[in-house]
Design a protein around this ligand. Structure first.
Ligand SMILES: [Zn+2]
Length: 254
């Protein structure tokens, strides 16, 4: 294939040899791909900044034997505000790892790409409550992969969940009414937390910026997302642990 252009977010990077870097990029056009950026670790290299984690970059790529080769690159957005704040940096890193885990190589998914880019911009706008963005993105990403949690009716009996005795089951993939509550893996859920999750699942960018909720409900939503993601991808997300260590003691989702 001749050289081609692609716009992408850098999800992962590793060093190669003395000065090169291998990057994993979620591109809008080609899906997720892996590329060698030669000389990216040389001091002053133009491709250095363009191959930083969660940078939005316009690439010119050529197909190599096993990896793509970066022939040119231009940073479109480096999200400096996210790099200047440890909490936002940890969340942006986590979002990239989550997107990486939930995508296959060379499966274009423009919706997933757009959601990730949007989430990175929104993190900056919701620096007051970045977990609103984080959990909304988790819900939307799960939904794009066909794992949308059932939040409308009870996932066991199909009835109206009501407001009393609600819970959420990560393995059954949604909300349970008071009669169907399972003691084993059910996470108790208030009606307000369920309502917050429903609003997150359907919110566009402005809707996410406007989301309001109390911290306790947001934490419960975080717990539901954490266990749903664990169940769906069957492994831990490394950066999630670091992110949790930054949350106030006792407030983080268990
Ligand atoms: Zn039920």
């Amino acid at each position: 294939m001749p050289a081609y252009a692609a716009t992408g977010i850098v999800l992962r990077r590793i060093s190669l040899g003395e000065t090169d870097r291998i990057i994993t990029v979620l591109t809008r056009e080609q899906g997720k791909l892996h590329a060698v950026a030669k000389g990216a670790r040389k001091p002053g290299s133009r491709s250095g900044g363009a191959t930083e984690l969660f940078t939005l970059t316009r690439f010119m790529l050529a197909s190599g034997k096993s990896l793509e080769i970066v022939s040119q690159c231009e940073v479109q957005e480096s999200f400096p505000a996210l790099r200047a704040d440890l909490g936002l940096l940890a969340r942006a890193t986590y979002l990239c790892e989550l997107a990486d885990r939930l995508t296959e190589d060379y499966e274009p998914s423009p919706d997933m790409f757009d959601s990730l880019v949007s989430a990175l911009y929104l993190l900056r706008r919701r620096a007051d409550e970045p977990d609103m963005v984080l959990h909304a993105f988790e819900l939307q990403l799960l939904s794009e992969r066909g794992y949308a949690p059932g939040l409308g009716q009870c996932v066991t009996c199909g009835g109206e969940p009501g407001a009393q005795g609600l819970s959420y089951s990560p393995t059954l993939g949604g909300v349970l009414c008071g009669r169907c509550r399972r003691p084993m893996d059910a996470i108790p859920l208030s009606a307000a937390a369920l309502n917050l999750m429903r609003r997150m699942a359907g919110a566009d960018a402005d809707g996410i910026v406007a989301l309001q909720g109390v911290a306790a409900d947001l934490q419960v939503v975080g717990r539901c997302m954490k266990w749903t993601i664990r169940y769906r991808i069957d492994r831990d997300i490394k950066s999630a642990e670091f992110l949790e260590s930054l949350r106030p003691q006792g407030a983080g989702p268990a």
